[in-house]
Design a protein around this ligand. Structure first.
Ligand SMILES: [Zn+2]
Length: 482
């Protein structure tokens, strides 16, 4: 049995001012995709599962970029064509596994995944199984699901189970071929936007537990709760449940509709609390009095993992003004300042204009004088979410400013785990305050070690205040913005 593996993964924030081009995609082709073996990612899970089940993987193309603006059409067209060509030129293919996100938007195409899945389906014909794994932040449609034989979104946010869902998707191909049946997927949607809601605590955790119970029913292959990605202006933005059954469409519809009614009924539990940077610092101080462990302050509104620049200065400014003792910040994205620190060298003192260069929304640049404590090339191996995967943050520097350790990186990423801190010699357990930019993925690496977690939501492209984003394409009123 031979299964083709391909993917285009992008979470598109249509409110970003710049489009996304091919050079921003991390691209693995052919045999190089096999290097993801053992990584806890969608593609790594797909490769591992093929090999475990005795399936020959036929790796075509895996292209993934940091969340950012709308994808340039020529970029998408080239990736799509490369995948379609690969399906023809690689001999007999028994099934296709697509690694997707679900919130991809291309110039002129609001539904990247639907477009790609349909093209693959047309090329392979009705008889060949085509399945896909997704990120739970996908804005999914029935149209997308109809082109596929199975829809498998990660269940957790942080996404610690991408490889497990990819494994289920690949296993379904084998089952379909051996047992000769045709699954169906029904997508039920609610007119609601969930502000980033982790499944590690609170309302998200409780709701996920309820939803997963539905997977126990006889005949159900998968139940995927798509939280949706709210930072996009498209017609199918929103929250959905996709239920894949062994062929009973009515069963899939019944389960999906019931779960979506439950999500709607409980919508107020997802309403987010939004603190300014200054308010978050005050709250962090209160929390620090109650614990000997570090208090994590996460700047959710400047999350590269949702399309924000990562160079925002609101939280760092508030922390410096409050003169927080024994604090570190990991990290701001500013290649210019990281470069200056590398030129100056360890031990140098220099004055820099840090951050705030992308736009005015994320705060003004901070004029700071600091001491270069250490430098790093920025290449780390992830240890929590995406465990085992490489991450390249570009040249990094640890600047000490008024006693506070401020890490500067060169490439956009949110902070997932303690690796960026360790890289520049920081043991976060020795700090009272640890600041970072992420919305929920950081929890996979920090929740266990934190004394408390405080959310800062100053202005930014991934703010929890969803009402600030104009919506030309929304299908109608959406909770909680209308
Ligand atoms: Zn996601």
């Amino acid at each position: 049995m031979r299964v083709a593996i391909a993917g285009i993964v992008h979470e598109t924030n249509t409110y970003c001012k710049q489009p996304t081009f091919a050079n921003e995609f991390y691209q693995l082709r052919g045999k190089r995709m096999l290097e993801t073996r053992g990584q806890e990612s969608d593609v790594g899970g797909a490769i591992d599962t093929c090999e475990r089940l005795g399936i020959e993987p036929v790796p075509l193309l895996y292209a993934a970029a940091q969340p950012s603006g709308t994808i340039e059409s020529a970029t998408y067209d080239a990736f799509k064509q490369e995948i379609l060509d690969g399906l023809v030129s690689n001999g007999d293919i028994d099934g296709v596994m697509l690694c997707l996100h679900g919130a991809g938007v291309v110039e002129g195409i609001q539904d990247l995944e639907g477009d790609l899945a349909r093209a693959v389906r047309v090329q392979m014909g009705e008889a060949v199984p085509v399945v896909a794994s997704f990120d739970l932040h996908g804005n999914i449609t029935q149209d997308m699901a109809d082109a596929l034989d199975g829809v498998f979104a990660c269940h957790h946010y942080p996404h610690i189970d991408l490889h497990e869902r990819a494994a289920e998707a690949v296993a379904l191909i084998q089952r379909m071929l051996e047992e000769n049946f045709r699954p169906v997927t029904h997508v039920s949607s609610a007119p609601m936007l969930i502000p980033f809601a982790t499944t590690f605590i609170g309302a998200g955790k409780a709701k996920l537990a309820q939803i997963l119970l539905a997977e126990e029913e006889q005949g159900v292959i998968d139940v995927s709760w798509f939280h949706g990605f709210p930072y996009t202006d498209i017609v199918h933005v929103g929250t959905s449940v996709a239920v894949t059954t062994e062929g009973d469409r009515e069963q899939a519809r019944r389960i999906g509709e019931t779960l979506v009614e439950g999500l709607w009924a409980d919508r107020e539990t997802f309403r987010a609390r939004s603190l300014s940077a200054d308010e978050a610092v005050v709250e962090a101080r209160r929390e620090a009095e109650k614990t000997t462990r570090p208090v994590i302050i996460h700047e959710t509104s400047d999350n590269c993992g949702g399309g924000a620049p990562g160079d925002g200065t609101h939280l760092l400014r508030a922390m410096l003004e409050a003169k927080l003792d024994n604090a570190c910040f990991g990290f701001l994205v500013d290649p210019e300042v990281a470069g200056l620190c590398h030129e100056a060298g360890v031990g140098a003192r220099l004055t820099v204009s840090l951050g705030g260069k992308y736009d005015d929304l994320h705060g003004a640049p901070l004029e700071l004088t600091g001491y270069v404590k250490s430098l790093h090339d920025g290449r780390v191996t992830m240890r929590a979410m995406f465990k085992g995967s490489p991450l390249n943050l570009g040249p990094m520097a640890r600047l000490v400013v008024d006693g506070m350790d401020v890490i500067v990186a060169s490439r956009r990423s949110q902070t997932f785990d303690i690796e960026p801190f360790l890289a520049v010699g920081i043991d976060v357990m020795k700090y009272d305050y640890v600041a970072l930019k992420s919305s929920a993925h950081f929890r996979a690496g920090f929740q266990e070690l934190a004394g408390a977690i405080v959310t800062a939501d100053p202005p930014g492209l991934t703010t929890l205040k969803l009402e600030v984003f104009p919506r030309e394409h929304a299908p109608g009123p959406l909770w909680p913005v209308d």
